[in-house]
Design a binder for this molecule. Structure first.
Ligand code: BG6
Length: 294
């Protein structure tokens, strides 16, 4: 399925035995694709900083163990700013995945334990299906020996590339309740028959259906996002004023991106020692004749 994907050369960054997996990209480091990022047309800012510890502005951010600034940790948690290792022998997957994949692993470091005193193993499988879907499967296990459970929130903060944000329509979120981060996380209810964009948006839709569609009329393309184990959906676009204030984002880049990502936010996940949680997001890009009823 690789030929169905947009292959972009990593801008100057090479990937060796470890991978920086913040917002970017999926380093397919097997021999065929050294230093190439495989991306289903996700958006990466031209102003993005590629040097750690700043997370890269674009791609799919792995937000763990906290989303946003609601908690004691850094914004969106520490996972997006860490180096991940290739997991050569992951335990068997409880769900079927494609043969074209790479497994990555993140474990609690001594530094993390100082700010978040819980031992975990975070395994991420990035798969490409034969028909060209990008599937991310996260498995998080509590490996603490102190007998204590821990809680976390999570999101695949996905920067989709769109032709004109004003023309984009998101279906599947209408009539849902959401938390509005622009209004002190007030709980509101979405009105209208689809979500459209005409100003800054920073929302968490609650208990969303397992399929969301993002329709880009101008490109005649629809992204279909499917999710499992992740009840909520984050939607974010900074619009012009906030874009100007962001040093790693071009002033007009908000017109060509939209973050929509599967998440678990309202009800944090609780894991007892030895327990594993699984959260999956699948993205397909299909021609725009697609209708959400299909
Ligand atoms: C959203 C947050 O999910 O992500 C916003 O609710 C934040 O507050 C946005 O601005 C982008 O976050 P960051 O840390 O990548 O700039």
């Amino acid at each position: 399925g690789l030929d169905k994907f947009v292959l972009r050369e990593a801008r100057g960054s090479s990937v060796e035995s470890s991978a920086r997996l913040d917002r970017v990209c999926f380093p397919f480091i097997r021999s065929n694709f050294p230093s190439i990022l495989v991306i289903v047309d996700v958006n990466i800012s031209f102003q993005a900083t590629f040097k750690p510890p700043k997370a890269i502005r674009g791609g799919i951010q792995i937000c763990f163990p906290q989303l946003g600034s609601h908690g004691v940790l850094e914004q969106h948690g520490f996972a997006r700013n860490q180096f991940w290792s290739v997991d050569e022998s992951p335990p068997p997957f409880p769900v079927a995945t494609s043969n074209c994949h790479i497994d990555l692993i993140l474990k609690s470091s001594q530094e993390d334990l100082k700010i978040w005193p819980h031992s975990y193993e975070f395994r991420l499988r990035v798969s490409l299906s034969p028909r060209g879907d990008l599937i991310l499967t996260s498995r998080i296990t509590n490996i603490s020996s102190d007998g204590k459970p821990f809680q976390f929130t999570f999101a695949y903060h996905t920067y989709f590339s769109v032709s004109d944000i004003s023309e984009v329509r998101v279906e599947g979120l209408e009539t849902l309740d959401y938390l509005d981060n622009l209004q002190s996380r007030n709980r509101c209810t979405e009105q209208g028959d689809a979500v459209v964009f005409e100003s800054e948006v920073d929302k968490v839709y609650l208990s969303a259906p397992s399929k969301i569609v993002i329709i880009d009329h101008e490109k005649k393309r629809t992204f279909v996002l499917r999710k499992e184990g992740l009840p909520d959906v984050v939607v974010w676009n900074p619009w012009g004023k906030k874009a100007k204030a962001m040093p790693d984002f071009g002033d007009d880049e908000y017109k060509n991106m939209l973050c929509v990502g599967a998440a678990a936010i309202e009800k944090p996940i609780t894991l007892r020692p030895g327990e594993e949680w699984l959260g999956k997001q699948e993205i397909s890009a299909v021609p725009s004749s697609y209708s959400s009823g299909q």
